[in-house]
Design a binder for this molecule. Structure first.
Ligand code: IMP
Ligand code: MG
Length: 191
């Protein structure tokens, strides 16, 4: 058996905020809460990719209900002056969600703009219900009023990576969630 070495990218973290084992434990409980909330109903899970890929993959295995899975992709409004700060839909739903119970999953609730816009879009397709689930909630950062129905962890206002969350598309594969070292947050070669 090859000997496990600590991942090189761990060295890029200043602090680990949520460990791999804490994520595993929390997801088990979150899966139970979600199963309980939906009773016997089938759930149409809609994951916002790329950020929610890892979280969704693990979470749905902790949910007992029958599940249909779909993904949507949203443009980041963060560095886009043309979109006037409004997230745009880049890849839309393939499944019909009319009269279905939709559980929308995202990696992190920050200003609230992304989820507020996506919930509005989903509601136009007449689902039976829409609930939201986020792995992380930066509660003090909200610019629009929005609360998720299911939250993995509340975290302080720090830029985090790992377990699906990226900086310039890197670090999504870290098994834990942590804060990047400050000197790595704007390397010119990634611009
Ligand atoms: P919101 O629209 O401001 O709530 O932001 C949601 C999106 O911003 C998330 O889906 C992430 O892609 C991104 N985001 C916000 N905070 C962080 C962070 O700390 N690390 C990585 N991505 C983040
Ligand atoms: Mg992102």
């Amino acid at each position: 058996m090859p000997k496990l070495k600590p991942s090189a990218t761990h060295a890029d973290l200043e602090t680990v905020l949520v460990s791999e084992s804490a994520i595993k434990r929390r997801l088990k409980k979150l899966g139970e809460d979600i199963s309980h909330a939906y009773g016997d109903e089938e759930i149409t899970v809609v994951a916002i990719i790329n950020g929610a890929i890892l979280f969704t993959a693990d979470l749905i295995r902790a949910i007992r209900n029958p599940i249909r899975l779909d993904c949507i992709r949203i443009s980041s409004y963060r560095n886009d002056t043309r979109s006037h700060g409004r997230p745009q839909l880049l890849h839309s739903l393939q499944l019909d969600i009319a009269n279905r119970h939709v559980l929308l999953i995202d990696d992190i609730l920050d200003t609230g703009k992304t989820l507020a816009v996506v919930v509005e879009m989903i509601k136009k397709q007449s689902p039976a219900s829409v609930r939201t689930c986020v792995l992380l909630d930066k509660i003090g950062r909200r610019e629009v009023e929005f609360e998720a129905d299911f939250v993995g962890f509340q975290i302080p206002d720090r830029f985090v990576v790992g377990y699906g969350l990226d900086f310039a598309e890197r670090y999504r594969n870290l098994p834990c969630i942590g804060v990047l070292k400050p000197h790595l947050q704007n390397p010119p070669e990634w611009a």
